[in-house]
Design a protein around this ligand. Structure first.
Ligand code: ATP
Length: 294
């Protein structure tokens, strides 16, 4: 549905993005993760056609965004702050969106507004952060866009609103086969809804991997020995130390897990327990460096 090809971008002479290539599929949620300042927002803004790339292209259903800007009617970008819309009333926002999106579904918009008990007759200035976050997602869905790009949509929201936002998005993705890309630092939350995670590192996409594959191909174990150094028992190329608290070491085994676990077992551990692998483990492993200590 969306293809990014050989994309590069520099700002003020500094390379921010370099040779970025990936594809987003309909009916799927992609989580975009990476350290602060790595270039997530820059990438999302280029995908939305707000910034131009220096090189490369963004194709939405095969149509180039820069040569056919009207295709932007099929996508919606939710920025990390809604404050630019503060002076608009809900009705004005509806009119604005109707003028930009021919297919804007007003009936669905007001039905959702009612479901989430949002007021219809006030300006956004009087909305709380959570109300604004819900409203912008309802606006995005009402445009009937095939691709929705969200930049940190749940920042500063309480757990109840977060759940509401996420549930609404998941419902719509599966019902309408939307493609969603969400940049977020809330890895646990992302893990619950994303199908794929895309991890950015040093101006590039370091990895793009399905949550299913993360869980299947990586193993995480906690191990403790009475008098053996855990570190002497594994190959650092395949095994990452996630944390070390006293004698207890938490390891992320990236391949050949059966062999490593057998090796650990053979040395009579005091404790050897498998734990569920999380996106946070992948993040620390790829971006935190070996020997991360919690
Ligand atoms: N308008 C700008 N002028 C100068 N530098 C910029 C501009 N926009 C972004 N940058 C720089 O580009 C880099 C990437 O910024 P970006 O906001 O895309 O990162 P990010 O991954 O979204 O960060 P965060 O997780 O903190 O939101 C940073 O070094 C930032 O300082």
């Amino acid at each position: 549905m969306l293809t990014v090809q050989n994309l590069s971008k520099a700002i003020d002479g500094k390379t921010i993005l370099e040779d970025i290539n990936f594809e987003l599929k309909s009916g799927s949620i992609t989580g975009l993760i990476g350290r602060n300042g790595v270039g997530k927002t820059t990438l999302l803004r280029i995908m939305a056609g707000i910034l131009d790339p220096d090189q490369g292209e963004v194709l939405l259903e095969g149509v180039n965004l820069s040569t056919y800007p009207l295709i932007k009617q099929s996508m919606y970008y939710v920025p990390d702050s809604m404050n630019v819309m503060n002076s608009y009333s809900v009705k004005e926002l509806v009119r604005l969106h109707q003028s930009m999106y021919e297919q804007f579904d007003q009936e669905a918009f007001y039905t959702w507004l009612d479901r989430f008990q949002l007021p219809t007759n006030r300006t956004l200035r009087s909305f709380s952060k959570g109300m604004k976050a819900l409203l912008v997602i309802i606006l995005a869905l009402s445009t009937q866009s095939k691709l929705i790009i969200l930049d940190e949509p749940t920042n500063g929201l309480d757990v109840i609103v977060k759940k509401q936002v996420m549930q609404l998005l998941v419902e719509e993705v599966s019902e309408r086969q939307l493609a969603l890309i969400i940049s977020s630092h809330h890895l646990q939350e992302l893990e619950k809804i994303a199908d794929v995670v895309m991890l950015m590192k040093d101006t590039r996409i370091d990895s793009m991997i399905s949550i299913e594959d993360v869980k299947q191909s990586f193993k995480k174990v906690q191990v403790a020995f009475a008098d053996v150094s855990t570190h002497s028992l594994f190959d650092k190329e395949y095994v990452e130390v996630l944390s070390q608290v006293g004698r207890v070491t938490t390891l992320l085994i990236k391949s050949n897990a059966v062999h490593t676990i057998r090796l650990l077992q053979d040395n009579q551990p005091l404790l050897l327990e498998e734990l569920p692998v999380t996106i946070e483990d992948l993040f620390i492993s790829r971006l935190g460096g070996n020997g991360y200590v919690s």
